[in-house]
Design a binder for this molecule. Sequence first.
Ligand SMILES: [Zn+2]
Length: 69
Amino acid sequence: MAKKQPKCRFCEELIDKDTKALNRKLINRNQPDEALVCLKCMAETLDCTVEDLRDKIEEYKNGGCTLFG
Ligand SMILES: [Zn+2]
């Protein structure tokens, strides 16, 4: 059976691994799966846009951050 994919705690959008890594990076390093939020809800919380967050993901990936695979 496939491992259950985590969902956003606000809107139940599925969370991919980049989004999960960004949660850990920007919100809480030890964020449990059930407290993860999707990019849209994270953008609202952080008062920025989803595009900003996607840029951040690329930035961290290019910077070799170990949270991003
Ligand atoms: Zn959401």
